[in-house]
Write a protein that binds this ligand. Structure first.
Ligand SMILES: Cc1cc2nc3c(=O)[nH]c(=O)nc-3n(C[C@H](O)[C@H](O)[C@H](O)COP(=O)(O)O)c2cc1C
Length: 205
């Protein structure tokens, strides 16, 4: 089993979201000691923002790419390769200014590639990365889960489904900026939820 752990906190592995994601990866490894874990820290190694030059490199036919475009496409291909190889994707997801960290958006912009990770058919888009399970550890200063103001969860769910990753579970730790007691209660609840999370089907079997 291959696990891809994505940290998107500004604080890398010290972020609350990263720590919850780490706890879950450790629980998975207890059950599957042979599991391979690849960790990508999007704060420590930021993915560049998508710009016209980068997008043109994605669109260009491989045989017509310049050397610079080949390097850009190869970088995106490497990110996609990591994602494709993963059976389980574990994402640490802080909420920043009502959305996902811009580092994560830049990563998403590099792994959404027409003809590579999704394609359009007459029936609509089809994701090409099916057969994976994703777990998202969402941390927030306030409390939004289950309300219309939580556009972040829907966005992440829609994006992953667009690539074919439709089996996604969220664990929330909210109210982390609302004082020590709510914060500790939320973290304790999230840690307990992690212990009770259903493992991927191949481990549960
Ligand atoms: C730049 C920034 C923006 C934030 N914006 C929000 C926000 O819009 N809503 C919210 O509930 N919390 C917000 N927070 C609080 C974080 O979501 C909270 O501290 C969370 O635990 C961060 O996770 P992390 O430690 O993994 O980075 C923000 C924090 C930072 C640093």
């Amino acid at each position: 089993m291959n696990i891809l752990k994505l940290n998107s906190s500004l604080y890398s592995e010290a972020g609350q979201s990263s720590q919850l994601a780490t706890q879950f990866v450790e629980a998975l490894r207890d059950r599957a000691p042979a599991a391979q874990v690849v960790e990508r820290d999007l704060a420590r190694e930021p993915v560049p923002h998508l710009d016209a030059a980068r997008f043109q490199a994605f669109l260009a036919k491989p045989e017509e790419r310049t050397a610079e475009q080949r390097a850009i496409a190869a970088y995106s291909d490497a990110l996609i390769g990591e994602l494709r190889d993963a059976d389980v994707v574990v994402l640490g997801l802080p909420m920043y200014n009502f959305g996902v960290p811009s580092q994560l958006k830049a990563y998403f912009d590099h792994v959404a590639r027409a003809g590579v990770t999704f394609r359009y058919t007459e029936k609509g888009p089809v994701g090409l990365l099916a057969g994976k399970k994703a777990y998202v550890f969402a941390t927030r200063g306030g409390a939004y889960a289950g309300t219309a103001r939580d556009t972040q969860s829907a966005y992440v769910r829609d994006f992953l489904a667009f690539l074919g990753i439709a089996d996604v579970e969220f664990v929330y730790a909210e109210s982390l900026a609302m004082g020590p007691a709510p914060r500790e209660a939320a973290l304790a609840q999230a840690r307990a939820a992690i212990q009770n999370l259903a493992p991927p089907a191949r481990l549960a079997a």
